[in-house]
Design a protein around this ligand. Structure first.
Ligand code: FE2
Length: 164
């Protein structure tokens, strides 16, 4: 089985990349992990939950916030309810209606001040109701976390992905 590699981005920010097919093309997907000053973890766009992921995350901190950052990135979040029963699950506007079975705890708005506000800024991006993406900015590392508003594929690509 493929091992999930934690890639450090900053001293309190990591990513894990994971294969993901879309319309038959390998485009990959990525979870971003932020450790707040409290030791709580903020998981952005949870990936397929394999056995090694909870172990890895538990060495970093306490999984507390799990974010589905747009209306397409909800495929794997269900398993995180079971693995991290005390975590709060956040949806973008409209995803709660698209996936009522997930019973999200919070639907993100621009008006609400969340507990992670001191360290992470967010913006519900209006104008593309199909995805309703929410952008996040980790202030300390100046890391802007986007999902489908921009793609960064790297250089080693299949031809079909290059064309896409
Ligand atoms: Fe995506």
């Amino acid at each position: 089985m493929l091992e999930n590699i934690l890639t450090p981005i900053f001293h309190n920010v990591w990513t894990i990349d994971c294969p993901q097919k879309f319309l038959g093309m390998e485009i990959g997907t990525r979870m971003t992990i932020i450790r707040l000053k409290s030791g709580e973890l903020f998981l952005h766009s949870p990936i397929h939950l394999t056995n090694d992921i909870p172990k890895k995350l538990n060495t970093l901190g306490k999984v507390t916030y799990v974010i589905a950052p747009n209306k397409f990135h909800h495929l794997y979040i269900g398993a995180y309810y079971t693995a991290f029963p005390n975590a709060e699950m956040y949806a973008v506007p409209g995803l709660d209606k698209k996936r009522p079975d997930l019973s999200f705890h919070v639907v993100l708005t621009n008006e609400t001040v969340y507990e992670w506000r001191e360290e992470i800024d967010h913006l519900v991006f209006r104008g593309i109701p199909l995805i309703n993406e929410v952008l996040f900015l980790h202030r300390e590392s100046r890391t802007l976390i986007l999902t489908d508003l921009i793609f960064n594929f790297g250089s080693d690509l299949a031809l079909t992905t290059k064309i896409f």
